[in-house]
Design a protein around this ligand. Structure first.
Ligand SMILES: Cc1cc2nc3c(=O)[nH]c(=O)nc-3n(C[C@H](O)[C@H](O)[C@H](O)COP(=O)(O)OP(=O)(O)OC[C@H]3O[C@@H](n4cnc5c(N)ncnc54)[C@H](O)[C@@H]3O)c2cc1C
Length: 262
């Protein structure tokens, strides 16, 4: 499966792309509708991975019980029921917004993307996919076909949180996700990611290091200074950079509270 026509843009649910076209911000030469391709639909369990077809609707992600809590929660925070019934996970990824709500969950789940073109297929870690706001390493003739979640990671506890300006239909001022193993109260193999605080969604490696091996009942203060090294927020219409920095303590504590119970 690949785009044969030069200048052709894939169209999935259209909840990002159609708005850009209507507002005159993007004029594709051709649109290729992916919505009827069965190969891009659905969630299936393989030996080492769970595979999610790129055109799987966000509503299906929310409802799928074999998927980790953080991803179901992130998808559940996208827009409204109408948007989640049209919008796809592949569209959320390829749109590459720094605030995309499935992106931080997918980062902490160590997701891999399968990209296909006439030249062949390549598998890339999500962590290396985003290069800037709305920019990715996807070549023009490549289609994202499948998102793979390694099964080992699915044994972990996970959490997701989003802070925005008002309830419902909000784009994040900050969002974040966590995955970790928890034995008694000690957390290990911590992965943490944040959105809306840098040009792309980011893995927060200093924060991960500071959290690694911690007792979840007693989070070291160094975690809250480490996160300030990880993020590079800007001021925009949704929030100021200082405010975004100040939100980090609250969002970290909220996410950790979700993995606190046995
Ligand atoms: C009112 C409203 C509220 C919203 N709220 C949120 C929110 O709270 N959180 C959030 O994260 N997003 C939000 N969005 C954005 C949007 O709904 C999501 O990003 C959605 O997941 C996009 O999916 P789609 O299928 O509609 O993508 P489309 O609009 O069809 O495509 C988006 C981009 O991805 C490309 N693309 C799509 N599929 C593929 C593929 N398989 N291979 C290669 N390229 C592909 C397209 O060419 C396009 O560039 C909102 C949008 C609206 C209109």
């Amino acid at each position: 499966m690949a785009l044969r026509e030069p200048g052709a843009s894939p169209l999935a649910g259209g909840t990002d792309l159609v708005l850009l076209i209507k507002d005159g911000l993007f004029q594709p030469q051709k649109l290729v509708d992916l919505s009827q391709l069965n190969e891009l639909q659905g969630i299936s369990e393989k030996e080492d991975f769970i595979e999610i077809g790129a055109s799987t609707k966000l509503k299906e992600i929310v409802d799928c019980e074999i998927l980790p809590e953080c991803l179901r929660k992130g998808a559940g925070w996208v827009g409204s029921p109408q948007i989640r019934n049209l919008g796809t996970i592949g569209g959320n990824i390829c749109n590459a917004s720094p605030s995309g709500d499935t992106l931080t969950p997918l980062l902490v789940l160590e997701a891999e993307l399968v990209l296909q073109s006439w030249r062949g297929t390549r598998v890339v870690p999500l962590d290396s996919f985003f290069t800037g706001p709305k920019r990715t390493i996807r070549a023009d003739d490549e289609i994202l076909t499948v998102i793979r979640l390694p099964k080992r990671v699915l044994q972990k506890k996970t959490g997701f949180s989003k802070i925005g300006g008002r309830n419902g239909m909000i784009i994040s001022q900050v969002n974040g996700a966590l995955s970790c193993f928890k034995r008694e109260f000690k957390i290990t193999e911590v992965r943490m990611a944040f959105g809306s605080v840098a040009p792309t969604p980011i893995r927060a490696k200093h924060t991960e290091e500071a959290l690694e091996g911690s007792d979840i009942r007693n989070i070291p203060e160094s975690v809250f200074s480490a996160v300030q090294e990880d993020i590079k927020p800007i001021s925009d219409i949704r929030a100021g950079d200082k405010y975004r920095r100040a939100l980090m303590r609250a969002i970290i504590l909220d996410i950790l509270s979700q993995v606190q119970n046995p």
